[in-house]
Design a protein. Structure first.
Length: 302
């Protein structure tokens, strides 16, 4: 079996030759990080738009063709992409299984948050985030294990390019170290700020930058909140003096407006994925954008 896998990898390397490795990712964040490590040695296609709910994606026929032609599939994992299994079934390529060198789940090795929270209920079935919160890329420190996993995956397919890939990753980590100091400094005045989030997107970001998420407007991921829940949330925000509400570009605008207006909170739209705003064009600038926007909103709310 090992001989067969080794032969297949040698055949794959020969098949692509000097051409860039075709890679498909399930998020623009992973696309950015694969490009960071792979550089000109990879050609990356992405399946999900940064401006849509990442849990509800319709994969188009052209994307299926690119998936079938990919040397490597890189995914967020857990239950972040419930739509991906359907796409893989349609493609019918046996290479994309959990034991394959052509498949990478970057959630492996991540210290997950909310992994102990039960998300399966007999009355409503399985909820998203059933295995832990899936938005782990929003802690910039997780750029380290994610790029380590990407590096290992690329080396399995193109071992001759090890010096190039390793140098690219080192350069990225050096930049990450420098930028992280700045982001942390920007957020120092707002450490301990209590916030409400629309969706459970931000626990990793909040933990890294010292925010306290006290409630979410969407208590069950993917399930619209009831009017009575929103009323109780608004009252809680008034009573507790919570003045900041974090939304995403695809949040329900009327619900965000209702909660913000009736509670007296400042609503701020943060960008959960690379490319969701021109100012968040890559992984590092995603945090430039969000820390700046959040600090401005927090200052205005105080």
């Amino acid at each position: 079996m090992r001989w067969a896998i080794g032969f297949f990898l040698l055949w794959s390397a020969a098949a692509w030759g000097a051409e860039a490795l075709p890679v498909v990712t399930t998020s623009t964040d992973l696309k950015s990080l694969v490009e960071v490590v792979g550089g000109e040695k990879v050609r990356v296609e992405n399946l999900a738009s940064p401006l849509q709910d990442p849990h509800a994606v319709e994969v188009k026929p052209g994307q299926l063709a690119k998936l079938k032609a990919a040397a490597l599939l890189v995914r967020i994992g857990l239950d972040h992409e419930p739509w991906l299994d359907r796409a893989l079934h349609t493609v019918g390529d046996s290479r994309f299984n959990r034991e394959s060198p052509h498949y990478l789940d970057t959630s492996k090795g991540i210290q997950l948050l909310q992994a102990e929270t039960p998300r399966v209920r007999a009355d409503k079935g399985a909820h998203l985030h059933g295995f832990g919160n899936t938005h782990y890329w929003l802690d910039p420190e997780n750029g380290r294990p994610i790029t380590a996993a990407i590096l290992a995956a690329l080396l399995r397919l193109a071992p001759a390019d090890r010096p190039y890939f390793e140098a690219n990753r080192k350069r990225f980590l050096d930049q990450l170290d420098g930028r992280l100091k700045g982001w942390l400094q920007t957020m120092v005045p707002y450490k301990g700020t209590r916030v409400v989030a629309v969706h459970e997107t931000w626990p990793y970001f909040a933990q890294r930058f010292g925010l306290m998420i006290v409630a979410v407007a969407e208590p069950n991921p993917g399930v619209p909140p009831s009017p009575s829940y929103l009323d109780s949330l608004i009252q809680k925000m008034r009573d507790s003096g919570i003045r900041l509400l974090i939304a995403e570009p695809y949040s329900n605008a009327s619900a965000v407006r209702q909660v913000a207006t009736q509670s007296g909170a400042t609503a701020v739209t943060l960008i959960p994925s690379v490319g969701g705003d021109p100012g968040a064009s890559d992984y590092l600038s995603l945090f430039d954008f969000n820390t700046k926007r959040l600090s401005q909103a927090a200052k205005a709310a105080h």
